[in-house]
Design a protein around this ligand. Structure first.
Ligand SMILES: NC(=O)c1ccc[n+]([C@@H]2O[C@H](COP(=O)([O-])OP(=O)(O)OC[C@H]3O[C@@H](n4cnc5c(N)ncnc54)[C@H](O)[C@@H]3O)[C@@H](O)[C@H]2O)c1
Length: 362
């Protein structure tokens, strides 16, 4: 029996567009039909690699080929604009992170999605990492007890040549900010997915190690979650030579640490009455045991210094999107989910500007 494949187009063939092409090519249930970029050579080069059609715009791509869905891989500040055109053409959309750079654009997109009834996924590929899934499932089962604190750390390095590699990078107009909205958004999304909704932030941002960008390269924030837990974010692209990302979640019955997308530490008290048994030394690390139940996953080390070294987690997220379309359900990271890290980041920018705490509205 032949299974119908979801026919994809890709809009934007820069750094991330080719990762979407590779992810789609790795799926039985999807096929890459066309790619488009305003720089025709980029579209042609990618099309040659995957044997598909190439175009110079979304409109030309729609006139030239029959598509079911489009991956929007253009600069962040024009995500909603591209995605709305796709939705209004009656097709489904995968949008690269961030959903867009303002909550107004995200909300407009949500309205159009509701009106058209199409499916939209926002990329947050690390939600599909085995380590993240393992910790999320443990938290859903309540294994860590009452959540008390959580932290996200992104200690990366991006050279000036990285920012110079695209006119939009490091600009308010098209990147929408710096390390928070471009790099740390992944880790911030995981922190809020694991810990629950953030209700208040207090933050500082700085531009400390780059001269020719407009936006922050370093940020720190203090968070309050709805469930009463407290948290923190340290994010920088100014930590030479580029170190790890770390997410830590703690409760009164367990803790987990994800380092560079891998489960570095996990301990849940389980049935044992051990709440008072340990001091600073912590309990036995159950990470290996926990991960035996999950497959391989994660970008592994490298993403800290090199934005091109991405995992095939994109493939898992696009697979989820394809299944969502065929099963008529919401993808794991739909527009409402994709809006959450953006709302936190906008709150951080506002707090850094005003100097006071900022409430995050859902
Ligand atoms: N999920 C991840 O890990 C990840 C990694 C890198 C980038 N991204 C996101 O992907 C997006 C693109 O980033 P990038 O690093 O690939 O940028 P890039 O500059 O390398 O690529 C963007 C491409 O879009 C093209 N483009 C611009 N306007 C266009 C238009 N109107 N129509 C068609 N093509 C157009 C540009 O010519 C360029 O080739 C950003 O939003 C970024 O945040 C996500």
């Amino acid at each position: 029996m032949t299974v119908e494949k979801l026919r994809f187009g890709i809009l934007g063939c820069g750094v991330i567009g080719p990762h979407h092409a590779k992810a789609i090519a790795g799926l039985q249930s999807a096929e890459l039909v066309a790619v488009a970029d305003v720089v025709p050579e980029l579209a042609e080069e990618l099309a040659d690699e995957y044997g598909c059609a190439h175009f110079a715009s979304l409109e030309e791509m729609f006139s030239g080929v029959d598509l079911d869905a489009v991956c929007v891989c253009t600069p962040s500040g024009i995500h909603a604009e591209g995605a709305i055109t796709v939705l209004e053409a009656g097709k489904d959309v995968v949008i690269e992170k961030p959903v867009d750079i303002t909550l107004r654009a995200a909300d407009r997109l949500i309205e159009v999605q509701r009106a058209t009834g199409r499916r939209v996924a926002v990329v947050s590929q690390h939600r599909f990492d085995a380590a993240t899934q393992a910790v999320h499932e443990a938290l859903t089962r309540g294994e860590f007890g009452r959540l008390t604190s959580g932290s996200a750390e992104v200690r990366w390095w991006r050279s000036q040549s990285y920012y110079d590699s695209g006119g939009w990078r490091g600009t308010w107009e098209l990147d929408g900010g710096g390390v928070l909205i471009n790099q740390a958004i992944h880790t911030i999304d995981l922190l809020q997915w694991l810990m629950g909704q953030v209700v208040e932030v207090t933050a500082h941002t700085g531009l400390l190690a780059h001269e020719r960008i407009e936006v922050e390269d370093t940020a720190v924030a203090i968070l309050k979650f709805t469930n009463g837990a407290l948290g923190s974010i340290v994010a920088t692209t100014a930590a030479y030579p580029g170190l790890t990302t770390r997410i830590a979640v703690h409760g009164d019955r367990g803790s987990a640490i994800i380092d560079n997308d891998e489960l570095a530490y996990f301990h849940a008290a389980g049935e044992r009455q051990e709440g008072e048994a340990y001091g600073a030394g912590g309990g036995e690390n159950q990470a290996e045991e926990v991960m035996e139940q999950y497959g391989e996953g994660g970008a592994g080390p490298g993403a800290g210094a090199d934005p091109g070294s991405l995992s095939m987690a994109h493939r898992d997220q696009i697979q989820d999107f394809v299944e969502a379309v065929s099963e008529g359900r919401e993808p794991l990271v739909n527009l409402q989910e994709g809006r959450k890290p953006l709302a936190i980041i906008q709150g951080i920018y506002e707090s850094a500007r005003t100097g006071g705490p900022v409430r995050i509205e859902e």
